[in-house]
Write a protein that binds this ligand. Structure first.
Ligand SMILES: [Zn+2]
Length: 72
């Protein structure tokens, strides 16, 4: 269970959220699944906001997962 994001059959929306540093640009702007990195289309599941800051700049990122029922 040391790689929860990559377990076959596990749902992205159940995976532990990555940290802000681990997000790609696409993930940080909500274009890609925050767990598997696939491009999101319809029915993305909101995972909430990962809070962070870079100096004085707030870098909160709203992240999304693949919809349920989609296997990765
Ligand atoms: Zn995914």
């Amino acid at each position: 269970m040391d790689k929860p994001y990559e377990l076959p059959g596990s749902r992205c929306q159940d995976a532990v959220l990555p940290t802000l540093r681990e997000l790609t640009w696409d993930q940080a702007v909500g274009r890609a699944c925050c767990s598997c990195g696939k491009q999101l289309t319809l029915g993305a599941v909101s995972r909430g906001i990962i809070r962070g800051h870079h100096g004085v700049h707030v870098t909160d990122a709203e992240v999304w997962s693949c919809p349920s029922g989609v296997s990765g």
